[in-house]
Ligand binder design. Structure first.
Ligand SMILES: [Zn+2]
Length: 111
């Protein structure tokens, strides 16, 4: 993805909710070990909704930490989060939102 379109998206899609609606994903990179995990944005939105967390992309990294660094005794390293078109990382994915809740979100944005 080019830098300019990256910046455009970052300015438009400021919350996990927006990223999910645009059917993009979230790219989490550990600043320490550079491990990358691509999370499904719809699943992430649903997790944040259920827990009533603020889904601003600025604050979302506080809800994640690098599992590898944590197990190695480096504490909870917060990842850098970016919007991506890449496919989600197989394995440990968040469950998708129930159809009913997803449709409610989509219709809220259509009106
Ligand atoms: Zn790490």
């Amino acid at each position: 993805m080019a830098d300019s379109s990256d910046r455009f998206l970052a300015s438009r899609l400021s919350h996990v909710e927006h990223v999910a609606l645009y059917r993009k994903n979230l790219r989490l990179v550990c600043p320490r070990c550079r491990r990358v995990r691509i999370l499904n944005a719809a699943g992430t939105w649903w997790l944040f909704t259920q827990r009533r967390w603020n889904d601003s992309l600025k604050d979302a990294s506080q809800r994640f930490h690098c599992g590898a660094c944590y197990e190695a005794g480096h504490g909870r390293i917060r990842p850098a989060i970016r919007i991506t078109d890449e496919d989600e990382t197989p394995g440990h994915q968040l469950p998708p939102p129930p159809e009913r809740d997803w449709r409610r979100l989509v219709s809220r944005y259509r009106s």
